[in-house]
Design a binder for this molecule. Sequence first.
Ligand SMILES: NC(=O)c1ccc[n+]([C@@H]2O[C@H](COP(=O)([O-])OP(=O)(O)OC[C@H]3O[C@@H](n4cnc5c(N)ncnc54)[C@H](O)[C@@H]3O)[C@@H](O)[C@H]2O)c1
Length: 530
Amino acid sequence: MNTETASDSPEKIDTVACIGGGVIGAGWAARLVENGLSVNIYDPMPDAQLRMQPVFDNAERAYAKLTMAQRPLKGEIIFCDSIEAAVTSAQWIVESVPERLELKQSIYAEIESHAATDAVIASSTSGIMPSDLQAQMQHPERLIVAHPFNPVYLLPVVEIVAGQKTSANMIDRARPFYTSLGMKPIHVRREIEAFVADRLLEAIWRESLWLIKDGITTTEELDDIVRFGFGLRYAQMGVFETYRIAGGEAGMRHFLEQFGPCLTWPWTKLMDVPEYNEELVELIAGQSDQQSGHISIRELERIRDDNLVAIQQALKANNWGAGVILADYEKKLFDAGAVQVAEAGQAEVDHSQPIRTTERLIPPDWTDYNNHMNEARYLQCFGDATDAFMRLIGCDAEYMSSGGSFFTAETHICHLDEVRVNEPVYTLTQVLMSEGKKMQLFHCLHHGDGRLLATGEHMLIHVSLETRAACDPLSPVKERLADIATLHANLPQPDGVGRSVGQERAQAQAQPRAQSRAQSRAQSEEQTSS
Ligand SMILES: NC(=O)c1ccc[n+]([C@@H]2O[C@H](COP(=O)([O-])OP(=O)(O)OC[C@H]3O[C@@H](n4cnc5c(N)ncnc54)[C@H](O)[C@@H]3O)[C@@H](O)[C@H]2O)c1
């Protein structure tokens, strides 16, 4: 199995078709639209759209918590009434229909009669070999298995498996595509039934059924043994790293020596399967109802999602495992935001005008008891705008790794109007002053309809990340900032500059710009020297 991460950029995919919109199809569609791709969905169930909506809502909620990075605007979801309508314009086709070989094969036949011949077909199958899936296809070379995990929009891993007729370059096409969606594609080197993850899960599932059938434990006790014990370990280290540590200083060799003999003991019933009958279903499902029946499935999903987000964020703080994938994903989002701003700056936006630094929809968990965005998120919006402006002038991750950055020394926010969940906002940023180590910014947060929602005035000081002391910025930040500051010096003073708390806006406006600047400067100098 090859676990290396693809570094090359993904091909340009705008539209993806999802054939089948159950648990997995809906999860794929959610991940795709949250990453800005348009998705055409076909599912013959009349209430498919109704059943998928809660998954989209959960995904939106989870992404709002997963990352503060500005994500692309959501892609469009189109519900189609035929496979033809869904696949004709798609460059990537995700098949997530029930796990029956003949059904999947008949669906590929229909897809192939309408889709472009180079459109990729990626099956979500949990265990059918890709060679069997592609056996009757006209263009079998474009079929891969891309086996995800539920919830698809939050779990990064996707097993990529090629069949005998899959073309060699399909793996290289698939890797960057899934990486761009914040995933960790792992190429399973040789096709086997159930691939790797489900082989492991099948083992634990069989043992679990036996342990309950034999009356050794209940579903709840077994789940507790997992979640209070080795389940916690597995989120951060896998089987082999975990056991390597368990071998003490001598590592894996000692672990094998110690536990090797157990391999011959009759510890497991793995090759034996409990008989599947009504009695078994009643036993397992009955205990499961008793354990968790008081919480709805949607509520359980939200609890699961919150925990998965928290775990990934904790791992990110430790730069480990799935946290590294999240950090890489965020870095790409930040870089893309900087490129967008830079491109907009060159293509349409005149740098002599306030610069559009951010654009987003208000996430669902940014509101308070009044059902509008809470005050802390106004600062979040301005912090994001400052970050975007910093990247625009070249103060990006690379510059920071060379030792320089801006720290905010002072902030003044005026809250002027309300904004609600899912409403669009954008920020315009003006440089009020740039002198040596100081940079004074003025952000205007607007509603998508143009209304001014808030203003934020910020004094930032350039610092050395090594000594933590103030210092002048280096190239190219120094020159880029100076260029924009020179252009912005010709702009009228924005309404509210230099305003103190409680002061009428008109009063602040009446203040001449030079005077207001001098005051701000004096105040910040006082502050930084104290
Ligand atoms: N559930 C999981 O945990 C999981 C995880 C990974 C992979 N998978 C795989 O994903 C695939 C889908 O599984 P699921 O759990 O989402 O199943 P599901 O039963 O929840 O969804 C299947 C969907 O396919 C639709 N469908 C049926 N016939 C169709 C047709 N002719 N055309 C289009 N859509 C059709 C159904 O209406 C249903 O909405 C399977 O291959 C499964 O092995 C499942």
